[in-house]
Write a protein that binds this ligand. Structure first.
Ligand SMILES: [Zn+2]
Length: 238
């Protein structure tokens, strides 16, 4: 099943934390969406790979994904090699997305950093006709780096207003009870003493405030964003 928008993430629950609102919004706009989880979560401190598979399936339903797949690469040992690039290339050729959301290139968890690099390399290699992998060549048009929860000195290139999607995003995150119930931190989110669900709300509200909306998800692209009508620009300056 091909999709328009594909999120590639290291672990089940990563895409929910960083870009579930954007996936939900794209779905509501009539696009087909998918998630490729690179690992099954077998090295996680909490839960088990099979429990996380059930949780991920429930979250996928809430997100209205066309398809969610798992590349079954080794959790906590993710590497960007010829072998893993071939696996991800074949997944990209399966999904044939126009736009791909990747983790930000810097991360607390080494898998997040590697997933970013591996995902980007695979997006390029997937377009090479003679690359040694199964499937028809396909190169995505656009890569978006999910910037949520990162503290790098970098402004979002843009923020997606997810005010209408935030409740469903939180419901999708809550599917991962094995990971998050009672948790004070996760992935790129540092602990403050609040429970994780409150932390997600606070952070998403902050990103929303950058575009004067209730909730938002921030993204970075190295490329410049084109504007065709400066009079249509939103976000009040003063
Ligand atoms: Zn993760």
């Amino acid at each position: 099943m091909t999709v328009d928008l594909l999120a590639i993430a290291a672990h089940r629950d990563d895409a929910e934390l960083t870009c579930a609102g954007t996936l939900l919004k794209a779905r509501a706009q009539g696009y087909r969406t998918g998630i490729l989880d690179l690992t099954a979560g077998e090295s996680g401190t909490r839960g088990s790979a099979s429990l996380r598979a059930e949780e991920a399936a429930r979250a996928a339903e809430i997100l209205g994904l066309t398809e969610r797949r798992n590349a079954a690469l080794p959790d906590a040992y993710l590497q960007n090699t010829d072998d893993t690039r071939r696996v991800v290339v074949e997944e990209i050729r399966h999904f044939r997305p126009r736009t791909v959301i990747l983790p930000f290139p810097v991360g607390r968890h080494p898998d997040h950093r590697i997933a970013s690099e591996l995902g980007r390399d695979a997006c390029f290699l997937s377009g090479l006709a003679r690359y040694n992998a199964a499937g028809e060549p396909w190169r995505p048009h656009k890569i978006l780096y999910a910037l949520a929860y990162r503290e790098d000195p970098i402004k979002p290139t843009f923020v997606v207003d997810i005010s209408e999607q935030f409740a469903a995003k939180l419901a999708a995150i809550r599917c991962y009870g094995s990971q998050f119930d009672g948790a004070k931190a996760a992935g790129e989110i540092f602990p403050t003493g609040q429970d994780l669900y409150s932390l997600v709300e606070v952070q998403n509200a902050h990103y929303g405030s950058l575009i004067r909306t209730r909730y938002g998800e921030p993204f970075h692209t190295p490329e410049t964003v084109e504007v065709s009508d400066v009079l249509a620009l939103s976000v009040q300056s003063m």
